[in-house]
Write a protein of this length. Structure first.
Length: 252
């Protein structure tokens, strides 16, 4: 069984590791052994645990899951030449990773938190000789899409990477709206979850505009509610959210 070495043990690393644990051997590298033990417990399977200082990455397949600002520090802690680094660091360029970590190859990836249930939408770009491996590896946690440039993956960060937070806001707001009108909280939550589950299936094959048109009858309830969303500039806010996330990715 192939080993994937995680450097970093935050939420994204945990989500990816949970998705990969059935098909790959997991090892994790970090600063604190007690935190690594908790990481192992949260994954739910035995893993190899290593302290970062002087860790040898030679010929290893690395999943880099640290904060972007910590790349330079990591470079002073590890030794050896990694076979390939799969980086989940938002806005961190391939050239910066090469300069600081000197791997044989680099692939930038942008999964999202749905990796933990094998439903991530993961975008990829980097050394094309690793495209097939990257798609297989990250395909174990959901759907992948290889992009042709780093600019595109920075844009995709604002869509798929940050998207769960945007959808969570919408889910919470719609639920609160139903509660405000008199629906019990438990019922509102159950209905919202059913809504998102069904919509997630429909959107795979139907254009969003056609879905909207199919629901919105003239002078009906959907038209009234949709008008309120347009009055609130929800469409503009979503477009701006992706734009600002992309801008932030380029600044990291």
């Amino acid at each position: 069984m192939k080993t994937i070495t995680f450097i970093g043990n935050g939420n994204m690393a945990l989500s990816i590791a949970k998705g990969l644990k059935k098909n790959y051997k997991i090892e994790v590298v970090g600063r604190n052994i007690e935190i690594l033990k908790k990481f192992e417990k949260d994954i739910g399977t035995n893993i190899d645990k290593h302290i970062l200082d002087d860790f040898d990455v030679s010929d290893k397949t690395i999943m880099l899951c640290v904060k972007p600002a910590n790349v330079e520090e990591i470079s002073t802690k590890i030794k050896g030449k990694a076979r390939v680094i799969y980086s989940v660091l938002a806005g961190t360029s391939i050239s910066k990773l090469r300069q600081n970590l000197s791997p044989s190859a680099v692939v930038r990836t942008m999964p999202n938190l749905a990796a933990s249930i094998n439903k991530s939408m993961t975008t990829l770009t980097g050394d094309t000789e690793f495209q097939a491996e990257a798609e297989e590896l990250l395909g174990a946690i959901g759907t992948t899409r290889w992009l042709s440039s780093e600019k595109e993956i920075d844009i995709a960060t604002g869509l798929a990477g940050s998207g769960p937070a945007y959808l969570a806001l919408i889910a919470e707001a719609l639920t609160d709206g139903a509660v405000k009108q008199g629906l019990k909280r438990d019922d509102a939550m159950a209905i919202m979850r059913g809504l998102f589950g069904g919509f997630g299936e429909l959107i795979q094959d139907i254009h969003p505009a056609l879905l909207k048109d199919g629901v919105m009858s003239p002078g009906g309830t959907t038209a009234a509610g949709y008008g309120a969303l347009e009055d609130g500039n929800v469409r503009s806010a979503c477009i701006d959210a992706v734009a600002k996330a992309y801008k932030k990715a380029t600044e990291l």
